[in-house]
Design a protein around this ligand. Structure first.
Ligand code: ADP
Length: 495
């Protein structure tokens, strides 16, 4: 290699340029590199001199570099290319530059490389490329329809999701005014006004917020969308980017919910009216009925032998039916009390094993077709409202008798279980269908199939269950259709 003699200017350039310069022997070993080369790749001169240039080339670029260098040497034509060097601590440095060869009498003497470090530029380019790629992916396959319009309302962009949501392909709408496509007719004027108002004043009340609005499908039907619009100025012109999503399904659910709530409210209001009516009617009926009963009883006491026998019987019937009617009215009044939260208990401590047989005895007097058998009567002390508990037991026994016509037995058991006493009433009557059993304690519920054959209002079990609940107990039933039912209630026992 010819000795390198720089004059002052060239030496200055070699030492102070930011370009990376190297001189290599024809074999590819380093003879000389400039300070920019050393600092960029983080080496001292003594560490690199005499070493192969290929020790400093990034492995994937090696073959290409060799090829270019050989071509340059053989063709005598310098080459421009991009390659990657490696620093001492294994960092990639992307460079762009030129490789040339020097000859003496046609004999290649050395090769020279002058490269610019373009790593930062390449990284920035890569970042832009990636973010453009991300943006494109989002635009093409994001969850929303994306539509871009200019300030003349002309559509510039229309992504695939917009094609799906609105039914128009991009080709059909790009270049057309937005107001002629997806804006429903009733909003078109407002849209135009809004746009010119924005261009005049910069005020856009719908910009940069999410609103729910209807849009027009290509097929002509309107549907709900979520819309948010952002505006951006590009080269002096406003662009508007609209993100839209179809919310038809959500709207349908919301509307169904609103309808359901309205229906529930209607039912609730009707129920309240019904309760109010029951309460007023039963109060109004109670007074004249008490008077009828009082007069019937008074008339009975005045009935002497001089009145014919049937007169006494008729008066007794009046008294009996007035009592039945009174019982029903009392039940209705109880329903109103329960509804108003006014069913109050007056409780005392009672030995249930004394209370029960006594009550059954008196009930036996009026339950003429059935025999009440108390099979087990275990001792237990309970706190009860005796009148209300009598009401529950009377109701359960009357039901047992009413729903077991032609049968003779009703079996009662009172058995201690844990800290409760469980009292049961078993009949051998018509039973209750399995799917109805959970409803029989509901207010005004009667098993449909039976209601026409047996009189009743469907409130006895409702009242009973409220009374038992207020005693801190539970009430339930087991039944086999056609074979009979057993009703149970439990009460807490005092230890
Ligand atoms: P009511 O007997 O006046 O209709 P209840 O509230 O006492 O009202 O009873 C509700 C419903 O439960 C009855 O209509 C009847 O269908 C059913 N039911 C109650 N007790 C029995 C029973 N022992 N056997 C069969 N069905 C019964």
């Amino acid at each position: 290699m010819a000795s390198l003699s720089f004059d002052t200017h060239f030496k200055d350039l070699f030492e102070n340029t930011s370009d990376l310069i190297h001189f290599l022997t024809i074999e590819g070993n380093i003879e000389l590199v400039n300070p920019a080369w050393l600092t960029t790749l983080n080496y001292q001169f003594y560490e690199v001199v005499g070493r192969s240039i290929y020790d400093f080339i990034h492995a994937p670029c090696m073959e290409e570099y060799k090829l270019i260098r050989n071509t340059v040497i053989t063709t005598k034509e310098s080459a421009e290319f991009v390659t990657t060097f490696m620093t001492k601590n294994e960092q990639e440095v992307i460079v762009e530059g030129q490789l040339g060869c020097s000859y003496t009498k046609d004999r290649p003497v050395y090769t020279r490389g002058v490269f610019k470090n373009i790593t930062a530029k390449k990284i920035a380019e890569k970042k832009i490329e990636e973010s453009e790629k991300r943006l494109k992916t989002f635009f093409r396959s994001g969850p929303d329809a994306v539509i871009v319009i200019n300030e003349h309302q002309l559509i510039l962009e229309w992504n695939p999701k917009a094609e799906i949501i609105f039914g128009y392909t991009a080709n059909e709408v790009i270049g057309k005014p937005l107001s002629e496509t997806i804006i429903p007719h009733q909003y078109r004027e407002a849209h135009k006004k809004g746009m010119s108002h924005f261009l005049k004043t910069g005020e856009g009340p719908v910009l940069n917020k999410t609103i729910e609005i209807t849009a027009l499908h290509k097929k002509g039907h309107e549907f709900y969308v979520n819309l948010s619009i952002s505006n951006v100025k590009v080269e002096g012109e406003w662009l508007f980017i609209a993100f839209l999503s179809d919310i038809t399904e959500r709207k349908k659910t919301e509307e169904a919910l609103i309808r359901k709530e309205a229906e529930l409210l209607k039912v609730k209001l009707l129920e309240e009216k019904k309760d109010e009516f029951i309460s007023i009617a039963s109060h109004e009926l109670k007074t004249p009925l008490t008077t009828i009963k009082a007069y019937a009883q008074l008339a009975l006491t005045f009935c002497t032998d001089k009145y014919p026998e049937p007169v006494q019987q008729y008066l007794s019937k009046v008294d009996e039916y007035a009592s039945k009617l009174n019982f029903l009215i009392n039940e209705l009044l109880d329903v109103s009390r329960i509804h108003a939260g006014k069913l109050r208990l007056t409780q005392t401590e009672v030995e249930i094993d004394s209370f029960l047989p006594e009550l059954l005895n008196s009930m036996q007097q009026i339950t003429s077709n059935h025999t009440l058998t108390l099979e087990k009567n275990e001792a237990a002390r309970v706190t009860i409202d005796t009148v209300r508990l009598e009401q529950v037991i009377t109701n359960l026994i009357s039901n047992a008798a009413k729903y077991s016509p032609g049968k003779e037995k009703i079996v009662v058991n009172s058995v201690k279980k844990d800290s409760t006493i469980v009292i049961s009433f078993k009949d051998f009557g018509i039973g209750i269908p399995n799917d109805k059993i959970s409803k029989i304690f509901d207010r005004f519920y009667r098993v449909d199939e039976l209601s026409k054959d047996y009189s009743g209002l469907g409130i006895g079990l409702f009242i009973s269950s409220e009374i038992i609940k207020q005693h801190g107990g539970k009430i339930w039933a087991e039944s086999i259709e056609g074979k009979g039912s057993t009703f149970y209630f439990s009460l807490p026992v005092i230890n």
